[in-house]
Design a protein around this ligand. Structure first.
Ligand code: COA
Length: 259
């Protein structure tokens, strides 16, 4: 169905694999278009409960936007490219009501690092490398990197990484809070699936409200506390809340249906 992606639904977990390994899964127009379609599928398909985003091959998650598409662009064309990607893919992933986890299996540079950062959290293989090397090309990040890297690792470190174009390894990324876990490459998908499966045992509406509230905190939304109160209240109107509290009091495991 997709030309540049592989998709697979396994036990409610939708695995999206960017599949241009000969170009280290660089994000060209087709990949951006199809990633947007795949994320729409996530929003619309009730069978999808959680998502894992990864790259094909053992070397690259995504080595950035496809640099070969940059040469013909002027100022308006560059801005349009960034806007299309942000609107069509990156913001949709960030605001997705279902958890999206990046399984970073190699280079996550430029748009690749930005793609991983648009996911709700990241796990990495030991060989993963992160960086925002756009300055080497006379550019800055355009898919939200200046905003999300600053949110995730703080201003000083984000400044240094973008100014130097340095790459950092998985353990350093973990120590900075950019990734949550580091696994051997051969275990990466199995371990990420375990996390996704654990999340799938929880109440989906509560999960979607957690995503919305934490996103507001990360963006410095001034009504975050008030909105949390509203969302807390909203959860009381769900049958999953009744099931969760009743199951606790009856000393049994809750079974959630997403209603
Ligand atoms: N855009 C387009 N093509 C890319 C790419 C990108 N961002 N990143 C890698 N590729 C291509 C290479 O051109 C090469 O294609 P070819 O075999 O047809 O020549 C192929 O992917 C393999 O990459 P290569 O550079 O040969 O691998 P390497 O192991 O020597 O180096 C990197 C790996 C990631 C260090 C190097 O590819 C690189 O610096 N890529 C660009 C990173 C970047 O600046 N990203 C930000 C873009 S805004």
């Amino acid at each position: 169905m997709y030309q540049t992606l592989l998709t697979d639904l396994q036990d409610g977990t939708f695995i999206i694999t960017i599949n241009r390994p000969d170009k280290l899964n660089a994000l060209n127009k087709d990949v951006i278009e199809e990633l947007g379609q795949a994320i729409n599928e996530v929003y619309n398909n009730e069978a999808i409960k959680t998502v894992i985003l990864t790259g094909a091959g053992e070397k690259g998650f995504v080595a950035g936007a496809d640099i070969s598409e940059f040469t013909a662009l002027d100022a308006a064309g560059g801005a349009a490219l960034a806007k299309k990607g942000q609107d069509h893919v990156f913001d949709k992933i960030e605001n997705c009501p279902k958890p999206v986890i990046a399984a970073v299996n190699g280079f996550a540079l430029g748009g690749g690092c930005e793609l991983a950062m648009s996911c709700h959290f990241r796990v990495a293989a030991e060989n993963a490398k992160f960086g925002q090397p756009e300055v080497n090309l006379g550019l800055i990040p355009g898919y939200g990197g200046t905003q999300r890297l600053t949110q995730l690792i703080g201003k000083g470190k984000a400044m240094e990484l973008m100014m130097t174009a340095d790459m950092i390894g998985a353990e350093e990324a973990k120590s900075l809070g950019l990734v949550n876990h580091v696994f051997p490459l051969q275990d990466l998908m199995a371990e990420t699936k375990k996390i996704a499966q654990k999340i799938q045992t929880k109440a989906p509406i509560a999960i979607s409200q957690i995503i919305a509230s934490i996103n507001e905190a990360a963006k410095g939304e001034t009504n975050g506390f008030a909105n949390e109160i509203k969302r807390f209240g909203l959860c009381f109107s769900t049958s999953d809340m009744k099931e969760g509290t009743t199951a606790f009091l009856e000393k049994r495991k809750a079974s959630f249906v997403g209603k």
